[in-house]
Ligand binder design. Structure first.
Ligand code: 5RP
Length: 220
């Protein structure tokens, strides 16, 4: 499973894009496939598409595909296309596997319509993966302790490859992966809010179904 389903989801999302649109552009490999397909349409149909990217990754891919970069001061995105790491049966999501969750949530909230594109491997009955939390480096010890008090059984500072030390986000912060076990539907918004209230937390990767309009699932 994987890239076939991602490709199918990206293809379906492409049909929602119209000439002159301003897009909120998420991050990740599924969004990259979407942008590459959109690039083909832009070249063939001579479309004018504007976009607000949510990471350096999607910024570079968008530019390469002829999308004109704008920011939220100038334009309100009509349609936001983004991926997800887990989607439950109630359409709640966990995002942030790529560490871009803060800008992704801002752009999703600023957009008129939000569409999530995933392959089948992302679908779960209930959310259960560790919740990514972006945190100011100065506050990470304090935030870790407070998140454990909220009920997380494990809080890991995220490390990556290509650089020694912790992952540093596009905003200059750290990521904590916080294991809350299974998140029941009625707990999703509460946990999102409680994490958000801790001093030093920038954002967390829980995207409740209130933010989303549609989930497109691509089957391989
Ligand atoms: C990045 C994200 C991505 O949307 C999420 O990780 C899905 O990525 P992919 O499409 O590569 O599976 O939230 O912060």
């Amino acid at each position: 499973m994987g890239s076939g389903g991602k490709y199918r989801a990206a293809e379906m999302a492409l049909k929602l894009v119209k000439d002159g649109m301003v897009l909120g552009i998420g991050s990740g490999t599924t969004v990259e496939i979407f942008l590459n397909l959109l690039g083909e349409r832009i070249r063939e149909e001579e479309l004018e598409i504007y976009g607000v990217p949510t990471s350096y990754q999607s910024y570079f891919v968008a530019i390469r595909n002829g999308i004109k970069i704008v920011d939220l001061v100038e334009r309100e995105p009509e349609l936001c296309i983004d991926g997800a790491d887990q989607v439950d049966v109630k359409m709640n999501c966990i995002k942030g596997g790529g560490g871009a969750l803060t800008r992704e949530k801002i752009v999703a909230k600023a957009s008129k319509k939000v569409v999530i594109i995933v392959d089948e491997s992302k679908l779960v009955e209930k959310l259960s993966m560790p919740v990514p939390v972006e945190v100011l480096p100065f506050a990470y010890g304090y935030v870790s302790k407070k998140i454990e008090e909220l009920g997380a059984t494990r809080v890991n500072l995220r490390y990556g490859s290509g650089k020694v030390g912790p992952v540093v986000t596009d905003n200059g912060n750290f990521i904590l992966d916080c294991d809350f076990g299974v998140l029941e539907d009625e707990k999703v918004e509460e946990v999102e809010r409680e994490i958000k209230l801790i001093a030093g937390v920038v954002e967390n990767g829980i995207f409740s179904n209130k933010i989303l309009d549609e989930v497109i699932v691509g089957r391989a």
